[in-house]
Structures are given as structure tokens and as C-alpha cells.
Design a protein around this ligand. Structure first.
Ligand SMILES: Cc1ncc(COP(=O)(O)O)c(C=O)c1O
Length: 242
């Protein structure tokens, strides 16, 4: 919501996204669409190999205010591997946000220069094994976004300052809200600390999961219920490794 509130509110905005965004974004977007504030174009998430070229073509077609898409689609586990290509094709005046929720701590991603341009959202609830409550937003360094939906933690260091206009922290805290329960942060920190201590890398976990998938499929092939109907194994084929 805070991210959306960085977009102009005095005119209709254009949002480019996929057909497979998670409910948290899709529901909010549909509600705002009902109000007439945004016009949304949804690019089919499948076949995933055509996703990046379709996005690039759409980015060239007209101006956009927000590009928002998942790195791994929640409903198919298909991964968008051409993140850099899509982000590079996005005009400078368009906000780019990647929902990394199904990739974070699951795929060994080294985003590199991508994060100098894109906002990246994820959380500790799924593959990072930190339980509920610790989601995060990464904003590029020197980010000057000023979410209109804000909270008093967003400029915590200058609470007493009453200047012209509303100030924001120089870093990602500009997206902070209000008083919160930090227990989830300690929990995730403890989990990541354990990974570090035990020398467990995300690439190791990913390999382990792939091995289990293959074992499951080998077992399934010996069952009377084999072969399954088309589209019932997802992703169908080896998963991408970045
Ligand atoms: C792709 C994706 N994005 C975001 C979220 C997080 O949603 P929220 O923090 O709104 O519960 C989830 C949670 O399941 C998800 O699967």
C-alpha cells in the first residue's frame, strides 16, 4: 500500500503486472481499479519463457507508472529468470517492484545491479523459515520515494522537526510505519544465524529440494495413477538455478 502511495494520486496511473500476482497485491490492486484510480494491464505468466519478451514489448508500447511482478509465481512455481532484462527495459520514470516472496531463501539469487534500480519485496515466512511477521522492502540506494501513506517511524530521527513538507529517512526506513512487534525480526535473525553457523547455503537447500522432487517423481512413476493429467506437475522440468 505504501509503495502504491508513491504513485501520483491526482491522475489515473498505469500499472503493468502479471496475471499471477499473489492475492495481497492483486486484491489491493483490483480494489483500487474499482475506484478508477489505476488502469491495469496483466501479462500472462505462462508460458514463462514468453513472459520477459511480452513485458519488454508492453514496456515499449506506452508510458507506465508502476511495473510489479513476481520473481517466482505463487500459483505455478515458475521462475522469471530474465529479471535484469525486464528491469533494464523499464523507462526511468516507471517504478519497478519485484515480489520476491517465493524466491527469497529458496533460489540462490545474486541480484547485483538489479537492486540499484528495483524495489524488492519478500519475507521470512516461507523458505527462510522465520515464521510470520518479518517481511521487508528493499529500496535502491538514494531512493527519493515519498509514500503518501506513511507512519511516524518513517522519519524517526527528526520527529521534532516541523519544516516545510514531510521529511523521510534517507534509507529504506522511509517506508516504515508505526510501533510494531519486533519478535519476528529476532526469530528470523536467529534462523539466519543458525544457517551461518552450520554453513548452510541457499544453493544447498535448493539442491536438496530438487533431489527430493526427483525422488518423489521417480516414486510416482511406479504408481498406478501415473501419468498425471497435463499441467498437474509444476514446474514441469528442471527448476531454474540463477
Ligand atoms: C507471492 C507472495 N507475495 C507476497 C506474500 C505476502 O503477503 P502478505 O505479507 O500480504 O501476507 C505472499 C504470501 O503468501 C506471497 O506468496
Amino acid at each position: 500500500m505504501r509503495l502504491l502511495s508513491c504513485l501520483p494520486i491526482d491522475r489515473q496511473v498505469r500499472v503493468l503486472t502479471s496475471t499471477a500476482e499473489f492475492h495481497s497485491f492483486e486484491r489491493q490492486l483490483r480494489r483500487l481499479e474499482e475506484t478508477g484510480w489505476c488502469r491495469v494491464t496483466r501479462i500472462p505468466s505462462e508460458p514463462v519463457g514468453e513472459f520477459a519478451p511480452r513485458m519488454e514489448a508492453e514496456l515499449r508500447r506506452q508510458p507506465w507508472d508502476l511495473l510489479f511482478f513476481s520473481q517466482v509465481f505463487f500459483d505455478s512455481a515458475l521462475a522469471v529468470t530474465e529479471l535484469g532484462r525486464i528491469v533494464a527495459a523499464t523507462p526511468d520514470d516507471c517504478l519497478v517492484a519485484i515480489d520476491g516472496y517465493h524466491a527469497f531463501a529458496a533460489l540462490p539469487l545474486q541480484p547485483g545491479p538489479l537492486l540499484q534500480r528495483a524495489v524488492y519485496l519478500a519475507g521470512g515466512y516461507k523458505y527462510a523459515q522465520g515464521g510470520e511477521g518479518c517481511c521487508f522492502i528493499h529500496v535502491p540506494v538514494n531512493c527519493s520515494l515519498r509514500p503518501a501513506i506513511t507512519g511516524w517511524f518513517a522519519d524517526f530521527e527528526h520527529l521534532e522537526r516541523r519544516g516545510d513538507g514531510v521529511g523521510y529517512a534517507a534509507d529504506g526506513r522511509r517506508f516504515a510505519g508505526a510501533t510494531f512487534d519486533p519478535a519476528a525480526l529476532y526469530r528470523l535473525d536467529a534462523v539466519l544465524g543458525l544457517y551461518e553457523k552450520e554453513g548452510i547455503l541457499i544453493a544447498d537447500i535448493h539442491r536438496h529440494v530438487q533431489t527430493l522432487q526427483q525422488r518423489f517423481l521417480r516414486g510416482w512413476r511406479t504408481c498406478p495413477a501415473w501419468p498425471p493429467g497435463a499441467g498437474s506437475i509444476s514446474p514441469d522440468g528442471p527448476m531454474a538455478i540463477f
